[in-house]
Structures are given as structure tokens and as C-alpha cells.
Design a protein around this ligand. Structure first.
Ligand SMILES: [Zn+2]
Length: 126
């Protein structure tokens, strides 16, 4: 298989695999970054997943439902917290322990995504 482009978020190595990706009870393919864990949409074949990864010119971050897939163990993520109907939902950094769940408000986390890159420092004398 052709070499995959590096991750648009962290420059890490990407891997096309079908381990752990399920949709409607069927195993699915996706390309994921081995460093930060960002992942493409789930695809029916490895070729589709590779295409989805390669054609992405702009980094697109999207929410992953926790019911569909959890982040890797011991990783900071951006989490979406669903609160009561009368209080607004919250987007906040959170730590995923793995089997231990989340650092805070685990029961309220509905979605997650990898943390975005920090802003670039302004070049001196710009
Ligand atoms: Zn990455």
C-alpha cells in the first residue's frame, strides 16, 4: 500500500487499519494518526479510508461520539459536555484515563476530539 501522508495536526505517522472501528455491527476501515489519535471518517474499505485521509487538504476536526469510539488512554482531549436542558452545553479540555474514564464529569461527556494545535507565536519583527 502507498505511503500515507503525515498527520495534518501533529505531523505524526498515519496508519490505515480496521481494528476497533465498528458501525452497525460491521468492521470499518479508517486512517488514524498514531501520535495524536485523529481519525478519518469510517469507511467500508481500506482504499476509501486512504482516499479520505489523502484528499484532506484542510485539517478538519470533528466530534466523535463517545458511544462510537473513545480516545486512547491517558490523553487530553477536547470534550463536549451535555448538561441539563436548562443549562448550556460546555466544551472543555478533559483527560481520558482509559478504563478509569474521564478526569471530570465523565458521565456528561457525549463527544470528544483531539486537542487543536496551539496558536503559532507571532514572528519577531513581522
Ligand atoms: Zn496526529
Amino acid at each position: 500500500m502507498a505511503e500515507l501522508k503525515p498527520c495534518p495536526f501533529c505531523g505524526g505517522e498515519a496508519d490505515c487499519n480496521n481494528s476497533g472501528f465498528m458501525k452497525d455491527g460491521k468492521p470499518m476501515w479508517a486512517v488514524e494518526c498514531l501520535t495524536c489519535g485523529v481519525v478519518t471518517e469510517l469507511c467500508g474499505t481500506a482504499e476509501e479510508a486512504t482516499e479520505a485521509w489523502e484528499k484532506r487538504t484542510e485539517p478538519v476536526q470533528s466530534w466523535t461520539p463517545v458511544a462510537e469510539r473513545l480516545p486512547e488512554k491517558r490523553r487530553w482531549c477536547l470534550c463536549y459536555f451535555k448538561y441539563e436542558p436548562e443549562s448550556p452545553d460546555v466544551i472543555c479540555e478533559n483527560f481520558h484515563y482509559g478504563t478509569g474514564g474521564w478526569l471530570s464529569e465523565g458521565s456528561r461527556v457525549t463527544h470528544w476530539m483531539p486537542l487543536p494545535k496551539p496558536p503559532k507565536e507571532q514572528e519577531a519583527g513581522e
